[in-house]
Write a new protein. Structure first.
Lengths: 248, 302
């Protein structure tokens, strides 16, 4: 059984196709990178999978069942820039939002929910910032709050949109430790990733995307110079790393 | 004047009811106003208020009598139509939201004024008191009007408390809310409907022109006192209530003064106090922070 299966997905903005004939499967328990140039449709793919964008066609299965938010088995970490950080709320409160699906309508978070949220904060080294208004956090701290929120969702498959963008080295390490821990627990983590240098080190499965799937498989088979060239076209020149690193 | 005020509060049941209902109205619009502000929909509230006028006039022309509930139904209908039109224009044309709101607001209000002039030209229309809907006249409300307004306002406050958590997530992070299994479309529609209802029950006391101020001013004032949405909603409700009560009382006692402008002036003084002395990013705080910073810089450079 696959963690995620996408069949013939198509997405168009203003009648212009952004994603075409996307077919892919992501193995259960993998740590997967989605890699591709700007405008390749990486975020679009993630949003289309989660039904946040209208699909022209396509079928999405998560762990063998059609995707539905009601199954509560998919956790989501949006791009940091997607929310208003001036919103009147603090770190702990944002993390508690990850519990809302479990809490149910009209009810307030229970003591157990608060404990879970505090544990998640602690795991990401953020316990001192529980009552901090979210605007007063650094970019890396904001990203860690988002990860903690996904953590308390207690999902089986996680989709994360560029969690490593604009974070300091300390946060990057905290995030990758967390992703590996999730993987050890049998969860599947799928990450939109922009830093080619770290792909072989961080991820065991890689999806190369440029408006359609260029390649999808174990990182050591997919992350080759030829396939990257095919994904990025001329733009790869900017990224070219030593050959030994790419064939990693 | 103080004596008048105390007397009427103590001995005139009608005044007590008017005060109670404007208080509930103030709370409802303070609470809904917070969500509207964070959802960046304050201007929609203004458009809805202006768009309510033609609805009131059409309802009056159709029934020929001044039945508040019927007039408010008319106001709700055109108010909802205006929100729908704004969404439609933004979604299907290249016209941007601010322009769409401005257009819908002025066209609906213009139509309303045309209809209103027509009504007041007629003999019995002149006595209908429909022109009070422009700037609001709390004293003109009958006992029955007051019950209607208080009941609806209490209902709106109750629903907002129930849906507090869901609306918070919806407004802060819609994508995450959808992935959490919340019915986004339903919650959005419910919010728009409650916002329209808040505006509609307020127009008799506050008037179509200034009703939006009672949505916006308490909410932005409350933001200067807290960084928590729960407290913001409570403080905003309290400022709305105080403004509503003060405006209604002054206008009832000094008859002739329109209620809406008085409410807005009261709310604006709350805003001024909050802006200057509030605990979060107010003027005083910014100035002291700046002073502490310059002193530290001086010390370090010595």
């Amino acid at each position: 059984m696959h963690a995620l299966e996408v069949k013939d997905l198509q997405v168009a903005y203003d009648k212009k196709a952004v994603l075409e004939h996307v077919n892919l499967t992501i193995p259960k328990g993998s740590l997967t990178a989605i890699v591709g140039p700007n405008g390749a449709g990486k975020s679009t793919l993630m949003k289309a999978i989660l039904g946040m964008l209208k699909r022209s066609s396509g079928h999405i299965s998560v762990l063998g069942k059609p995707y539905s938010p009601k199954n509560r088995n998919v956790g989501y970490v949006p791009q940091r820039g997607s929310v208003d950080w001036d919103f009147p709320t603090n770190s702990l409160d944002v993390i508690l939002m990850g519990r809302y699906a479990h809490i149910g309508w009209f009810k307030r978070p229970s003591k157990q929910d608060v404990t879970l949220a505090k544990e998640a904060l602690q795991k990401l080294g953020m316990e001192a910032y529980a009552n901090r208004q979210i605007r007063q956090l650094s970019g890396g701290q904001q990203q860690r709050v988002f990860l903690a929120r996904a953590l308390v969702q207690d999902a089986d498959v996680y989709l994360m949109d560029e969690p490593f963008v604009g974070v300091d080295a300390k946060t990057e390490n905290a995030i990758i430790d967390l992703l590996r821990e999730l993987q050890q627990k049998g969860k599947t983590v799928i990450v939109v990733h922009h830093d080619l240098q770290t792909v072989p080190e961080y991820f065991d499965h890689t999806l190369l995307l440029n408006r359609t799937v260029i390649a999808n498989g174990p990182t050591e088979l997919v992350f080759t110079k030829d396939l990257l060239q095919k994904t990025y076209g001329g733009a790869l020149a900017f990224f070219t790393a030593p050959d030994d690193r790419i064939s990693g | 004047m103080i004596q008048d005020l105390v007397d009427s509060l103590l001995y005139q049941p009608n005044t007590q009811w008017v005060v109670l209902s404007t208080m509930l109205l103030g709370i409802a619009s303070g609470v809904l106003g917070c969500f509207a502000l964070l959802k960046k929909q304050s201007l929609i509230g203004d458009a809805v208020a202006h768009a309510a006028l033609p609805g009131i006039c059409i309802a009056y022309l159709l029934t020929g009598e001044k039945q508040l509930l019927v007039l408010l139904l008319g106001a709700t209908a055109t108010g909802l139509l205006a929100t729908y039109l704004i969404q439609l224009i933004t979604a299907t044309t290249r016209i941007k939201k601010d322009a769409a709101i401005c257009m819908v607001l002025s066209v609906f209000f213009g139509t309303g004024i045309v209809l209103l002039s027509r009504i007041t030209q007629q003999a019995e229309g002149n006595k209908s008191g429909l022109d009070h809907f422009i700037f609001g006249q709390a004293a003109a409300m009958t006992r029955h009007d007051v019950y209607t307004m208080a009941g609806v306002a209490a209902g709106l406050i109750f629903i907002s408390c129930l849906l507090f958590k869901e609306w918070k997530l919806l407004i802060f992070d819609t994508d995450f809310a959808r992935n959490s299994g919340l019915p986004i479309g339903l919650l959005e529609t419910l919010f728009s409907t409650l916002l329209v209802m808040t505006v509609v029950i307020g127009i008799q006391a506050v008037g179509v022109i200034l009703m939006a101020a009672l949505l916006i001013i308490p909410a932005i004032s409350a933001r200067f006192w807290t960084d928590r949405l729960g407290w913001m909603v409570v403080i905003s409700g309290a400022i709305g209530a105080a403004s509503g009560v003060a405006g209604a009382l002054i206008s009832t006692i000094r008859t002739g003064l329109a209620t809406g402008p008085l409410i807005v002036v009261t709310a604006a003084s709350f805003f001024a106090v909050s802006f200057i002395f509030g605990r979060k990013r107010s003027l005083v705080q910014k100035l002291t922070a700046h002073r502490i910073h310059t002193e530290r810089v001086k010390e370090e450079s010595v």
